[in-house]
Ligand binder design. Structure first.
Ligand SMILES: CC(=O)N[C@H]1[C@@H](OP(=O)(O)O)O[C@H](CO)[C@@H](O)[C@@H]1O
Ligand SMILES: [Mg+2]
Length: 556
C-alpha cells in the first residue's frame, strides 16, 4: 500500500470515529446493532468489500444494509460475495478486526497487513473494484449507505454503485447475475420470476389445474421492502391472486407485530389479519424478504395461527422435486440423481422424520444460511431451509447442464410432449425461478403457489403432510451471551460447565423431549428451543431451561 492510499484511508476514517464500548462480530448474518452506532462499521465494511472485489479480479461484490427481522431502530450490513453467496467465512475474522479497530492508525495498519498477506494490488489502472450497494426501507439506511460509499471510495480506484432500495435476495441475485455476464437489473430479476412462474403454471397437468380454484393469497409484508417489491411484481403475474397487507405504506412499523419472524416465533396473527381471514391461505415475509412462512387462522375465537414454517415449505418442495425425478427414473449415467435436504437443530423433529420417510438424505448444519448453503451445494439438487423460513433449492452446474441436454435430446427425438420432457422442463424452470444465491421469499412464494396448484392442494391439505411436534422458543437476556459455548452441532452446551447436565435432566422428564441453548448471532440474547409431545410440556421444558440459563449466567 503506497503513501497516497494510506493517506486516503486515514483521512476518511477520521470521519467515522468508532463509538466507545461497541464490540462487534460478523455473526450469523453480518454486523447488526443500534443504527446510531453503526456508521463506522458500515464505512469499514465498505473498505473490506472493495478489497474483496480487488482480490477476486475486480468481480462485483454486493453490500446490503439491513437488519432483517430486528426492530426498526437497528440496522446492519452484510456482504454478498461475487457468487451471490455470503461473504467467504475466511474473511470474517478480518471483518471483525477492522470493525473493532479503536483508532484510524490501528485500522490502517490492520488493512495494510491484510492487503500484504492476501497479495491484493490496489490502484492498478486496469483493475478497479466494483461494489453494488442496496438497502432496505429503514430510515437509517440512506446515511449508512453514504458511509459505505465513502469506505469503498477510500480504496483507490474503487467504484460504489447505489442500486437503491432492494430486498436482500434481490441484491444477491443481481450480483450473481452480473458476475455471470447475465442481465442483472431489478427489472431482469422481476422478468425472470414472472417468466419461470408462467412456465411452471403452463406445465401443470390439466387434471391438477381443475382441482383447485385459484384462491386468494394474503401476504403480510412485515411493513418492509418485501411487501413493496411483491406489489411491484404483482402486475406481471397471472394465475395468482394476491392481496398484500403491511406494505409499510399504511403507517405500520417495520417488524412490529408483523412479519415472518414474529409469526414463526409467537405463532400468533400478525397485525392487519383477523377473524375475517379464517381459513384463508396467508404468507408472511420478514423485514428484508429473505424469509417466508405460511399460516392460516383455524378459528375465529383465538389469535393463534396454524403455522407452516420453513420445514413444511422444504417438505413441499422436496415432494415436488422428487416427483419430477421419479418421472425421469434412474438414467443419469445409470445413477439416481442425488437429492438432499439440509436442516438445522431448530427443525421440527416431525419434519425430519417425514423427510427421512420419503427416503431423502437429510443432513444437519449449524444455524445461519451460510452453513446450510455450503452443505446443500454438495448435492445434484440440494434443498435447505431453516425452520424460520429462510431457504432455497440449489442445482449443481453439472446437474443443470445434464437437464438442459436431456431437454434438447427429448425434443430432437420428437418427445417434446412426453411426461419425461415435462418433468425436465419443470426442473429447469424451478432452477430459474428459485434464487440460486440465497433464500428469497418472493421466489419462494411463487414456487409454493405453483406447487399447490400443481398438486391441487389447499393450505390445509398441505399442512397435514405431517403434524409438527409442539415446540417453544424463548429468548433470554443475560449479561454476557458469549459465556454459552456449544458443540459444533449446537445441540449441546459445553459452557457454562454443568449446564448441559442440568438441561439433560429436564429433558428426561418429558416424553419426546428435546431442548438446546445457543447464543444468538444476531441479537443480544441466548436462545432456548424445546420440543415435547404436548404444547404444555414444550412450554414447560422451555421455561425450565430458560430458568437454568438465568441461574447459570445471571439475568441482565
Ligand atoms: C433461531 C433462528 O431463527 N435464528 C436465526 C437468527 O440467527 P441467530 O444467530 O439465532 O440470532 O437470524 C439468522 C439471520 O437471519 C438466521 O439465519 C437464524 O436462523
Ligand atoms: Mg431476513
Amino acid at each position: 500500500m503506497d503513501e497516497i492510499q494510506i493517506a486516503s484511508l486515514l483521512k476518511s476514517s477520521e470521519l467515522f470515529p468508532i463509538p466507545q464500548s461497541v464490540k462487534l462480530s460478523y455473526g450469523t448474518a453480518g454486523f447488526r446493532g443500534d443504527a446510531k452506532l453503526l456508521e463506522s462499521t458500515v464505512y469499514r465494511v465498505g473498505i473490506l468489500s472493495a478489497l474483496r472485489s480487488l482480490k477476486l479480479g475486480s468481480a462485483t461484490v454486493g453490500l446490503m444494509i439491513t437488519a432483517s427481522h430486528n426492530k426498526v431502530s437497528d440496522n446492519g450490513i452484510k456482504v454478498s460475495d461475487p457468487s451471490g453467496g455470503m461473504l467467504s467465512q475466511e474473511w470474517e475474522p478480518f471483518a471483525d478486526q477492522i470493525a473493532n479497530a479503536s483508532s484510524p492508525q490501528e485500522l490502517v495498519s490492520l488493512i495494510r497487513e491484510f492487503v500484504e498477506k492476501e497479495e491484493i494490488r490496489i490502484g492498478e489502472k486496469k483493475k478497479s473494484a466494483e461494489v453494488w450497494l442496496g438497502r432496505d426501507t429503514r430510515p437509517s439506511g440512506e446515511s449508512l449507505l453514504r458511509a459505505a460509499e465513502i469506505g469503498v471510495g477510500s480504496v483507490l480506484g474503487s467504484v460504489a454503485i447505489d442500486i437503491g432500495v432492494l430486498t436482500t435476495p434481490q441484491l444477491h441475485w443481481m450480483v450473481r447475475a452480473k458476475n455471470k455476464g447475465l442481465k442483472a437489473t431489478e427489472s431482469d430479476y422481476f422478468e425472470n420470476l414472472s417468466s419461470s412462474f408462467r412456465c411452471l403454471i403452463d406445465l401443470i397437468p390439466s387434471s391438477g389445474n381443475d382441482k383447485l380454484e385459484i384462491s386468494k393469497l394474503l401476504v403480510d409484508g412485515a411493513n418492509g421492502v418485501g411487501g413493496q417489491k411483491i406489489e411491484d411484481l404483482r402486475g406481471s403475474l397471472s394465475n395468482l391472486d394476491l392481496e398484500i397487507r403491511n406494505t409499510g405504506r399504511d403507517g405500520g412499523v417495520l417488524n412490529e407485530g408483523v412479519g415472518a419472524d414474529f409469526v414463526q416465533k409467537e405463532k400468533v396473527l400478525p397485525l392487519g389479519f383477523g377473524s375475517k381471514d379464517v381459513g384463508m391461505r396467508c404468507a408472511s415475509l420478514d423485514g428484508d424478504a429473505d424469509r417466508l412462512v405460511y399460516f392460516y387462522i383455524p378459528s375465529e375465537s383465538s389469535d393463534k395461527v396454524e403455522l407452516l414454517d420453513g420445514d413444511k415449505i422444504l417438505s413441499l418442495f422436496a415432494l415436488f422435486i422428487k416427483e419430477q425425478l421419479n418421472i425421469l427414473g434412474d438414467d443419469k449415467e445409470g445413477k439416481q440423481s442425488r437429492l438432499g435436504v439440509v436442516q438445522t437443530a431448530y427443525a421440527n423433529g416431525a419434519s425430519t422424520d417425514y423427510l427421512r420417510q420419503l427416503g431423502l438424505d437429510v443432513v444437519f448444519a449449524k444455524t445461519g444460511v451460510k452453513h446450510l448453503h455450503e452443505k446443500a451445494a454438495e448435492f445434484d439438487i440440494g434443498i435447505y431451509f431453516e425452520a424460520n423460513g429462510h431457504g432455497t433449492i440449489l442445482f449443481s452446474e453439472s446437474f443443470l447442464s445434464w437437464l438442459v441436454s436431456k431437454q434438447k435430446d427429448l425434443m430432437a427425438k420428437g418427445q417434446g410432449g412426453s411426461e419425461e420432457h415435462k418433468a425436465v422442463c419443470r426442473l429447469v424452470a424451478v432452477c430459474n425461478l428459485i434464487n440460486q444465491a440465497v433464500g428469497d421469499a418472493l421466489s419462494g412464494v411463487l414456487l409454493v403457489e405453483v406447487i399447490l396448484q400443481h398438486m391441487g392442494w389447499s393450505i390445509q391439505k398441505w399442512n397435514v403432510l405431517y403434524k409438527d411436534l409442539p415446540s417453544r422458543q424463548i429468548k433470554v437476556e443475560v449479561p454476557d451471551r458469549t459465556a454459552v459455548v456449544t458443540t459444533s452441532e449446537e445441540t449441546e452446551a459445553l459452557r457454562p460447565l454443568g449446564i448441559q447436565d442440568a438441561i439433560n435432566s429436564e429433558i428426561n422428564k418429558y416424553p419426546r423431549g428435546r431442548a438446546f441453548i445457543r447464543p444468538s448471532g444476531t441479537e443480544d440474547v441466548v436462545r432456548v428451543y424445546a420440543e415435547a409431545s404436548t404444547q404444555e410440556a414444550a412450554d414447560s421444558l422451555a421455561n425450565s431451561v430458560a430458568q437454568l440459563v438465568k441461574s447459570f449466567l445471571g439475568s441482565s
